[in-house]
Design a protein around this ligand. Structure first.
Ligand code: ZN
Length: 230
């Protein structure tokens, strides 16, 4: 009897270990880091597709992967039958330096194209970067879908993990104007605050998550200055 109980205990213990999800672990900084137990963003799902699939850079923390999957599904429900969220690089399976990027090293950065009025999607196997700039001669392109792109940045924030979103300075200005125009400026100051103008972001935005609190070896970036920055 004792043996059976001991065996049962061992089996139960083993089973609970087996069911513990493997937690991904960002190590070091966004610009000099690595990643343990990465999750791979599947090539497509409801409301999203991955770009540059041949590069095999869809690896990130499980938080970033589930955030993209859920955000895309939410936007797709609000605006069905439009172009999908197009996800660019997250990172390599074990993190670290990848070509074309300074950061994207610890599984907490992802590039996403802007939603388009004409609904056109880039081919997933394309390799030469994002194909459409949304700013021309200092002006926002008429193909920039401001309603859905504003919804996108707000929806990304619903997960409570976004620290910064790098985008073009003209795009930030227009999103500030849009938020004011629809009476959401005051309520969405924290979303606007996270939008950081940065060069070379007229054809995509770059979402950066906070270090997860349990990732002790993850090196945090300083907080964004307070206020909407509009
Ligand atoms: Zn990026």
């Amino acid at each position: 009897m004792l043996h059976i109980l001991t065996l049962a205990t061992v089996l139960l213990t083993f089973n609970s270990f087996a069911q513990t999800p493997v937690v991904s672990e960002p190590i070091g900084s966004y610009n000099k880091g690595s990643l343990l137990n990465a999750s791979d963003l599947p090539p497509e799902g409801p409301g999203y597709m991955r770009l540059f699939t041949k590069r095999n850079r869809g690896w990130g923390t499980e938080e970033i992967v589930s955030m993209i999957v859920e955000t895309a599904a939410d936007i797709n429900q609000l605006y069905p039958d439009k172009d999908r969220l197009q996800a660019g690089d997250i990172g390599a399976e074990k993190g670290g330096q990848i070509s074309r990027h300074g950061s994207h090293q610890n599984g907490l950065d992802i590039d996403i194209t802007y939603y388009r009025v004409n609904g056109k999607e880039q081919k997933p196997e394309s390799i030469n970067g994002f194909q459409e700039s949304m700013v021309r001669n200092g002006k926002l392109s008429s193909n920039f879908d401001i309603v859905r792109n504003w919804e996108l940045v707000k929806t990304l924030h619903k997960h409570g993990k976004v620290q910064r979103i790098f985008l073009d300075t003209v795009i930030k200005r227009e999103l500030c104007k849009h938020a004011r125009g629809i009476g959401e400026f005051t309520d969405q100051v924290e979303v606007l605050r996270s939008l950081r103008p940065f060069k070379n972001h007229s054809d995509h935005l770059h979402v950066r998550l906070y270090c997860p609190p349990e990732a002790k070896a993850c090196k945090a970036q300083e907080e964004v200055a307070p206020g909407p920055g509009c």
